[in-house]
Ligand binder design. Structure first.
Ligand code: ADP
Ligand code: MG
Length: 353
């Protein structure tokens, strides 16, 4: 996800000719060297199986706190890590997780209920069966119809009991919070920044974006939504605003290839297959990154028609990108889209309320 576009990228998006670009580049260099944005302090780490970047208008000590918290979240929730609470729960070695972990599990299973299982935190066995790790590697086989059929009932979230601070998981079932934990972590970072009185920051946890506060000088942030048809994550359009989260789920991020066909990492636990519909990507915009993360996965499974109904229950906006290059945006965030930024070949439409 391209975020915080520089001047050169912005002018490219507006389609200016190269001859004028040269002059603009010089102006841009001058401008950027005297804006405060250039002085954001940035740190990166590889955690949660992805690159996490946090840039703040603040000092290194705040970033120390931020990254300690990110490491802690990775330690608690990474189900591949044998000492994480999720691993221990999945292996029946822990019944009473910490309050923090219990609360996120509890919320995740409530989301499963309200989305009718489109968002399913009990998806562990299916994720393991498919083993879609994001390397884009070519496989000589995929799970058989029989294996898939046997795995679907193991993902029935209704069979997990979550009450009185205990998580009771039937044999062979497992919890996977991969579709929500980056959003949760983003909100946790926002809390730290607010406590420390930080005015301006960009959080990017593997594409989970939070444009925090406002840009130096009181300006809007300009955040790109990635073009799902291009590997290098070029921007499809630019959103402008303050203090909002943007999370995208797409069919292009993590996948495997079998017999020339791509199988991506977001699955429908009703069919046991990677979700397949008219969508190439879904982006959610709201004040809460956890909600964005949960809904982007959910609406990617739902497709447009059902997705539009689902999102009505939440305080969030959506941008669908279809495989035939239509962009459908909900009316509550439509004004955030910079109309000059839309990439050639795409058509923007507003979704009727
Ligand atoms: P990403 O983490 O790549 O940004 P998502 O937030 O959509 O994308 O999360 C995808 C991950 O969530 C998968 O790798 C898998 O672990 C898990 N997952 C896949 N499908 C679902 C689903 N329908 N509901 C909940 N979790 C899912
Ligand atoms: Mg998600």
């Amino acid at each position: 996800m391209k975020q915080n576009l520089n001047w050169l990228q912005i002018y490219r998006l507006k389609g200016l000719k190269t001859s004028r670009l040269f002059v603009l580049i010089i102006v841009a260099v001058l401008l950027s060297s005297c804006t405060k944005e250039a002085s954001l302090v940035k740190r990166e780490a590889f955690l949660m199986n992805t690159v996490l970047t946090v840039s703040i208008d603040g000092d290194e000590e705040v970033l120390d706190k931020v990254f300690e918290r990110l490491e802690e979240i990775d330690r608690l929730y990474n189900r591949k890590n044998e000492s994480s609470e999720i691993y221990l729960i999945n292996n029946h070695k822990l019944l009473r997780p910490s309050k923090e972990v219990y609360d996120l599990i509890d919320r995740s299973f409530q989301y499963a209920k309200v989305t009718d299982g489109a968002f399913n935190p009990a998806i562990g066995p299916l994720v393991d069966l498919w083993g879609i790790d994001g390397t884009g590697r070519e496989l000589s086989s995929i799970p058989s119809a029989d294996e898939i059929k046997k795995t679907i009932p193991l993902c029935d979230y209704n069979n997990v009991s979550i009450k009185d601070r205990e998580v009771n998981l039937p044999e062979e079932m497992s919890i996977d919070l991969g579709a929500i934990v980056k959003g949760y972590a983003t909100d946790e970072i926002v809390k730290i920044l607010r406590d420390d009185g930080i005015k301006s920051a960009i959080i990017d946890l593997g594409g989970n974006i939070f444009a925090y506060g406002e840009k130096a000088g009181g300006n809007n942030w300009r955040i790109g939504v990635a073009d799902p048809f291009i590997e290098n994550r070029e921007s499809l359009l630019v959103l402008e605003g303050k203090d909002f989260s943007l999370v995208t789920s797409g069919n292009y991020e993590r996948y495997i290839i079998y017999k020339g066909k791509k199988y991506h990492h977001i699955s429908d636990t009703g069919t046991g297959m990677p979700a397949e519909n008219e969508l190439a990507s879904v982006s959610i915009i709201s004040a809460k990154s956890e909600l964005c993360d949960m809904l982007s996965t959910t609406l990617f499974v739902n497709g447009i028609e059902k997705g539009v109904e689902t999102i009505k229950n939440f305080d969030a906006g959506v941008i669908f990108v279809t495989k035939d290059k239509r962009i459908l945006a909900s009316s509550n965030i439509y004004n955030m889209i910079n109309l000059d930024s839309i990439k050639e070949g795409f058509i923007l439409e507003k979704i009727d309320d």
